[in-house]
Design a protein around this ligand. Structure first.
Ligand code: F6R
Length: 364
C-alpha cells in the first residue's frame, strides 16, 4: 500500500522520521541520557580493529560510519565492498570486529564475507533490516534497523536507519573504551534524538527540490561532490540518480576534482555540492568555486548560513535545516533521495522497479 504517495520510494522517503525514531529507541535510553546496545552484556571494550563490509547503499552507510568510529572510539577501521573483500586476502587480526551492513540480510557477497571473517575468528556484528534473514541468524551481535519492509528497489529509509544504528554503535564503542565522558555521552544522545525532527524539516523542502529537478533531468552527466561524511553522501546521491533516472552520475571527494574530473566540467554538467556549514565548509566551497570558474552549474545543498556565504553564483540552492554534524549525514540523505526521485518522475522512468535491478542480490 503506497498510502497517498505515487510510488513506494516516495512513501519510504517520507517514513524516515518515524522509522529512524523507532530504530533509535533500541539504542538510546533517553531518560537516562545514555547510549545502549540491544544486547547490553556484549563486551565491546576488547575490540581492537573494525572491518566493515557491505554493498551499494549499505556500503556508503559504512563509509560514513568509518568517520564516526575513528573520531569517537579512535579504533582503526577497514572498509571494503563485499565483492572485493572476499577475493582479497584480507588481514584480520585477533580481537577484531567485523560489521556487515545489509537491508535484506541476504546479499550473497556480504554473506560470504561474514562467513569468511567468522572462520578467521572475528566477532560478527550485523546491521540488518530483516530480522529473520541469514545474516541476522549467523551474526554474534544482531543490530537491527527498524525501517520496516522496504519495497522500492532504491534503498532510502534503510540507509538512514543504518546510519542511526552505526552512530549509536560508534558511541557505544567509544564508551566501552573509556573515551566518552558522561557529558559527551549525554550530548550524543541529545543530538541523535534530534534526528527525526530534523528529517521532518528536511522533508518540508520537497516542493523546492521538485521545482528544480527539471534543471537536472535534461543532463547527460551529473557530478556530486562532498567532503568528510558528505563524501559518501555524494556517492549515494550519484547511485540513487543512476539507478532510477538512468542519468550517468558520479560522486567524488570534493578535493579530488582537480585531479581529473574537473576536465569534464562545462555548462551541461550539473554539479551537486553537499556542504553543510562546519569545519570542512570553506574547503568544499573553494572546490565548488573551481567548478564555477570553468562554467560549471552548481546546485548547493547547505543550511541557511552556508547558502548565505556561498549560494550567490549557483544555478540553484537547497536549504536544509541546521543540523549538528553528527546527524547531518542522516538529514542530508533526504535531499539527495528527493532529487533523484523527482528527476526520475520528470523523466517518466519506473521509479520503484528500475530496469536491470533486483531488490535482493543473492548471486555473486
Ligand atoms: C541502492 C540499492 C543497492 C543495495 C545493495 C545492498 O539503492 O538498493 O545498492 O544497497 O544491493 O543490498 P543489501 O543492503 O540488502 O545488502
Amino acid at each position: 500500500d503506497k498510502g497517498n504517495h505515487r510510488h513506494f520510494m516516495a512513501k519510504e522517503i517520507y517514513e524516515q522520521p518515524i522509522v529512524v525514531a523507532q530504530t533509535l529507541r533500541g539504542y538510546l535510553q533517553r531518560l537516562e541520557e545514555k547510549v545502549a546496545l540491544p544486547i547490553p552484556e556484549f563486551d565491546l571494550s576488547t575490540i581492537k580493529r573494525v572491518t566493515i563490509v557491505a554493498c551499494g547503499t549499505s556500503f556508503y552507510a559504512g563509509m560514513v560510519a568509518k568517520y564516526w568510529f575513528e573520531q569517537f572510539a579512535r579504533v582503526a577501521v577497514d572498509i571494503d565492498v563485499a565483492s572485493e573483500f572476499r577475493y582479497r586476502a584480507p588481514v584480520m587480526e585477533e580481537g577484531g570486529l567485523m560489521i556487515v551492513i545489509s537491508q535484506s540480510g541476504e546479499t550473497a557477497d556480504t554473506l560470504a564475507a561474514l562467513r569468511h571473517a567468522k572462520a578467521e575468528g572475528q566477532t560478527i556484528a550485523a546491521v540488518v533490516n530483516v530480522p529473520t534473514s541469514t545474516m541476522a541468524r549467523e551474526a554474534d551481535l544482531l543490530l537491527p534497523t527498524h525501517a520496516g519492509p522496504e519495497i522500492g528497489v532504491a534503498s532510502t529509509k534503510a540507509f538512514t536507519c543504518q546510519l542511526a544504528v552505526l552512530a549509536a554503535l560508534a558511541a557505544n564503542l567509544a564508551k566501552a573504551k573509556g573515551r566518552l565522558t558522561s557529558e559527551e555521552e549525554r550530548e550524543i544522545v541529545v543530538h541523535l534524538a534530534e534526528a527525526p525532527a530534523a528529517l521532518n524539516d528536511a522533508l518540508s523542502r520537497d516542493e523546492a527540490i521538485e521545482a528544480m529537478a527539471g534543471a537536472v533531468a535534461g543532463a547527460r552527466d551529473v557530478l556530486y561532490l562532498g567532503r568528510g561524511t558528505d563524501y559518501p553522501l555524494a556517492l549515494e546521491g550519484a547511485l540513487k540518480l543512476k539507478e532510477i533516472s538512468y542519468i550517468h552520475a558520479e560522486g567524488y571527494a570534493a578535493g579530488e576534482m582537480k585531479h581529473g574530473p574537473i576536465a569534464l566540467i562545462d555548462e551541461n554538467v550539473p554539479v551537486i555540492v553537499i556542504a553543510p556549514s562546519g569545519p570542512l565548509f570553506e574547503k568544499t566551497v573553494s572546490n565548488m568555486q573551481e567548478v564555477q570558474a570553468r562554467g560549471g552549474k552548481v546546485v548547493l545543498i547547505s543550511d541557511r548560513k552556508g547558502i548565505a556565504a556561498a549560494g550567490e553564483n549557483c544555478l540553484a540552492t537547497i536549504e536544509m535545516p541546521t543540523a549538528h554534524p553528527l546527524i547531518a549525514p542522516i538529514v542530508y540523505a533526504v535531499p539527495v533521495q528527493l532529487l533523484a526521485y523527482h528527476v526520475a518522475v520528470a523523466k517518466g522512468t519506473d521509479v520503484d522497479q528500475p530496469r536491470n535491478l533486483a531488490k535482493s542480490v543473492t548471486v555473486e
